[in-house]
Design a protein around this ligand. Sequence first.
Ligand SMILES: [Ca+2]
Ligand SMILES: [Ca+2]
Length: 53
Amino acid sequence: MIAQETDCGNGLDDDNDGYIDCGDSDCYDETTCESAFSCTNTLYQVISATLFK
Ligand SMILES: [Ca+2]
Ligand SMILES: [Ca+2]
């Protein structure tokens, strides 16, 4: 598998694997995604925390 997300913040599925940007495992270690999208359970927690700020 050579294809992978080349831009984790362009809103597009660069490698056409069905996962876009931070939703793609290729972007889990990207700074733009940090750990917020590594797990759907923590996704909403992080969003809520951000809204509180
Ligand atoms: Ca993808
Ligand atoms: Ca992308």
